[in-house]
Design a protein around this ligand. Sequence first.
Ligand code: ZN
Length: 321
Amino acid sequence: MEVDGERSGFPAWEKMESEFAKMDATDPFEAARLRAMVLAYHLKWRGQDCFVQDVERSFRAPLVDPNTGDTSENYERDGKIDAVIMESPGVFYGVEHKSVMGPLDPDDDYWVKLRSDAQCSDYHVGADAIGFPLHGIIYDVVCKPDVKPLSATPEAKREMTIGIGCKACGGGKDERGTGLDHKEASGLCPGCKGDGWKPSGRPRYKAHVRLHDETPGEYGMRCFQIMVAEPDRYLHRRLVVRLEDELMEHLRDDWETVADIDADSRRDHHPRNPDACFVFGGGGCEYRPICWGGVDPLDSPLYQIRKREPVVVETAEEGTM
Ligand SMILES: [Zn+2]
């Protein structure tokens, strides 16, 4: 899928390269990994014949109660579709680009979750509203190689193979010969030319020993090799479809969710959920002192009121959406 609307050709490489170059200054390894991902992606998907209709397309659509056909006066949907492509005249697909850490297998739960993924359902509703009724969503997933740059092996851990010493000058297994000629004390051993090891028996660093830190280039190449060795685990495109009754259920979910939010906004007391207090951040939720410490946010230096858009629900009458 080409980001510049071209039917084929490499997608705006120069544009991407200038972004990568900026990243080189701050995180050259991540830049190298991303370059590898783009290359592997292109290698797998180049030459796919489709036409890009729109990229990062925003939509707005009314919020409708599917049971009654009522349209909300105070709420509407909005969203953005990564891309809309046309396979053949009138046949449109939405595209969702995702990146995931580590490879995915065909039977991974990741795919099962897409069956009930609200975003995919929302794409259908949104695309309808902007005149692209979708046949489905192409879920385009690039998996990041989950590997870190390698460091040089510390000196103390640089293991060697067992050497075979030169027999002619008194060496043996794991024992170096003298390298001297036995007959002529001043001469070098003709068997090993003074080295003391059998020519093929010199101790070497074991294969896992690294003598220097991996460079960004080496790291990027390793990431690329990982991806192209198993393209079916690192580069996925899956078609996600929604049947009519599934879309109805989605509309119902959304209508009822908004109704809950709307009703909540009129409540004076909001039930506290202690399990959520420490889900985010090391020290727990920043609003914990309000919920559990009796802190009045208007009197506390911990909080300040920031300017915000007026909330529509405050103007809505009770009982109407
Ligand atoms: Zn020798």
